[in-house]
Design a protein around this ligand. Structure first.
Ligand code: CDP
Ligand code: CDP
Length: 220
């Protein structure tokens, strides 16, 4: 069985998806890290993400490697790009700021989607992102759309970053989430939307455990 989960930023996809995968003995795969990795490489090597053709070429050749976590520092997985460990670098605010722009480039999406389908079609996987239920794995047996209000999602990101010892500003996080929500749901190719046959779970006021139990009950 394949479980596809979509939803906006900080709706709980990675936390809930990882728990589900553990409970079922499945592989957990977060497709967001791939778009983040391409964005990070473009910022490093091109200085910006403006040049669509150049960013697309990078996306087509860059080697993104996602491995089980090698360190116990809160990471869900190791993310390597052409031999560099970029696990934390791809979570920086400048990547947050540009990733939705990069993810709207059709050529970048094509390169990423191909790799994701290959992993998804092996089965026994929980795959999370923005277009997994609609484009990457529309044939998935279980399709979930996780949601929560933008204020609740900003609060979650704020608490997460504070706990990591980062300097954080709630209003900035809120604004950045709003911008990303807008870009991700209005782009032409594979926008974030609810698949007609997806189960929508509103997670406002629910704990991670409650969300996981709800989904497991639905799947069973
Ligand atoms: O973790 P968070 O929800 O903040 O974001 P993410 O899942 O790491 O995804 C980062 C960005 O990548 C999103 O805002 C989308 O622009 C893009 N993305 C996408 O377009 N399609 C996917 N399947 C996954 C991510
Ligand atoms: O992957 P996505 O960006 O959708 O969300 P995440 O990275 O899993 O972040 C969600 C944050 O909210 C984590 O710190 C969770 O512990 C917390 N949270 C949640 O995921 N679900 C709830 N029902 C309540 C809190």
């Amino acid at each position: 069985m394949t479980i596809a989960i979509d939803g906006p930023a900080a709706s709980g996809k990675s936390t809930v998806g990882e728990r589900l995968a553990k409970a079922l003995g499945y592989l957990f795969f977060d497709t967001g890290v791939m778009y983040r990795a391409v964005t990070w490489v473009a910022l490093q090597r091109l200085g910006s993400v403006e040049d669509e053709a150049a960013v697309t070429r990078l996306a087509e050749v860059v080697q993104i490697d996602v491995q089980p976590p090698s360190q116990n520092d809160g990471r869900q997985a190791d993310v390597w790009v052409d031999g560099d460990d970029v696990t934390w670098a791809i979570r920086r605010p400048e990547v947050d700021q540009w990733v939705s722009r990069v993810a709207a480039y059709p050529g970048v999406r094509q390169a990423m989607t191909q790799q994701q389908r290959r992993i998804g079609l092996r089965g026994k996987v929980v795959m999370i992102g923005r277009d997994i239920t609609t484009v990457v794995l529309p044939e998935a047996e279980a399709k979930i759309y996780l949601d929560a209000s933008v204020e609740e999602r900003a609060r979650r990101r704020y608490l997460e970053r504070k706990a990591r010892g980062e300097e954080v500003n709630y209003e900035e996080i809120l604004e950045s989430l709003r911008q990303r929500d807008h870009l991700d749901s209005t782009r032409e190719v594979a926008p974030l939307r609810v698949a007609p046959d997806a189960i929508v779970v509103n997670t406002d006021g629910l704990s991670v455990d409650e969300v996981v139990q709800k989904i497991l009950a639905q799947i069973n």
